[in-house]
Design a binder for this molecule. Structure first.
Ligand code: NAD
Length: 337
């Protein structure tokens, strides 16, 4: 059986990546839409053959509870809406897939996990690169440690993302979860965690925003240092003003890296002993198709997804500490959770 997926929010990521990816999936299919933009609906219905009965507005979204064709609600809206929309979907008895960052903070993330648990539905976070084969290899290497102890790592993630969704520029709005840290910094945090297999204990962070005339109340560039058990340090930079896409791991007896490590077309990398990391899923949107198929199989087989809500929550605790460190004048802040 294929699970029916309803996309919430028909913006750039839904339109250009997720809906096309849902044409490639084997275990789920695009079955419904939830949108605040009725003018977009006819073109989507025609392109993807979606019935009138499976189209909802944000106001009547809760009625999705009565629709047996929808098994999963995928939340793909600006970040401040992830928590309230996840609660609506979970209370409607639907499994939830939610884009990164999971929420605005750890408190919201915890509420999302609780709502899904209370309603006995799954919650998976859209960490597409955790489904990418070279990243899977890095996750395994965290346990195998082929070059000995990890000493330090660097994770840099940036793009000119503030221009995206420019019709309304929510990525520049602090109230809607704008800024580079929420958008791309979360990749650095997630990568530092899966590359070490450890949870960071403290962080120091610096807001290095250069263009305050554009970035008002949100960060253009944030630099942060994560401290892990065993004296492992992760140096991270995230930015809306530069393209950055490297994950580099230094060990006792060598190094390995993925560059890019969060590209839509897949990641590639190498190691100090000449190893190449070149497994490929195929061009975009194969990674998103793999992610949704894996998450659909987790539901169908009744096992946890690769990136459950708890995985998103760990990152939210780190983000909370990063913002607290910036506010405190770059003091080290212990990470909760
Ligand atoms: P976008 O601006 O292109 O689309 C956002 C959509 O939400 C639009 O259709 C807009 O109409 C709708 N919307 C509903 N309420 C809104 C409000 N109050 N303000 C603004 N828009 C509102 O953004 P996007 O790039 O599609 O990003 C959506 C989500 O997907 C974000 O959480 C983002 O982090 C995530 N995303 C993830 C990836 C990934 O690789 N995993 C890539 C891109 C975006």
């Amino acid at each position: 059986r294929r699970l029916g997926v309803a996309l919430v929010g028909l913006g750039g990521y839904s339109r250009d990546l997720l809906a096309p990816a849902l044409q490639l999936t084997r275990h789920c299919r695009l079955a419904g839409l939830v949108t605040g933009s009725p003018e977009k609906v006819p073109a989507w219905q025609e392109k993807y053959g979606i019935r009138d009965a499976n189209v909802y507005s944000y106001d009547d979204f809760h009625r999705i509870a009565d629709n047996p064709e929808i098994d999963v609600v995928y939340v793909v809206t600006p970040n401040h809406l992830h928590m309230p929309q996840t609660l609506i979907a979970a209370n409607a008895g639907k499994h939830v897939w939610c884009e990164k960052p999971m929420a605005m903070d750890a408190r919201e993330g915890g509420a999302m996990i609780k709502a899904c648990r209370d309603n006995r539905v799954q919650l998976a976070i859209g960490y597409r690169i955790q489904h990418e084969p070279n990243t899977r290899r890095f996750i395994d290497m965290a346990a195998e440690r082929p070059f000995g102890r990890i000493v330090q790592l660097r994770a840099d993630a940036g793009w000119f993302g503030w221009r995206q969704g420019a019709d309304d520029a929510w990525r520049l709005d602090p109230a809607r979860g704008g800024g580079a840290m929420y958008d791309m910094g979360v990749y650095c945090v997630n990568a530092a965690r899966y590359s070490t297999g450890l949870e960071p204990v403290a962080v120091r962070a610096w807001d290095e925003t250069a263009r305050r005339e554009i970035f008002r109340g949100v960060d253009e560039t944030t630099r942060f240092t994560l401290e892990f058990p065993g004296d492992i340090v992760a140096e991270c930079v995230t930015s809306f003003g530069r393209n950055l896409n490297t994950l580099h791991i230094d060990c006792e007896r060598g190094w390995y890296e993925l560059s890019p490590f969060q590209s839509y077309d897949g990641n590639v990398g190498r190691a100090s002993d000449g190893t190449r990391f070149s497994a490929q899923l195929g061009e975009k949107p194969r990674m998103q198709a793999e992610q949704m198929d894996q998450d659909a199989l987790a539901i169908l087989e009744g096992r946890p997804p690769r990136a459950p809500g708890e995985e998103g929550l760990r990152d939210m605790h780190v983000l909370d500490a990063v913002f607290a460190s910036v506010r405190s004048g770059n003091q080290p802040v212990r990470i909760a959770g």
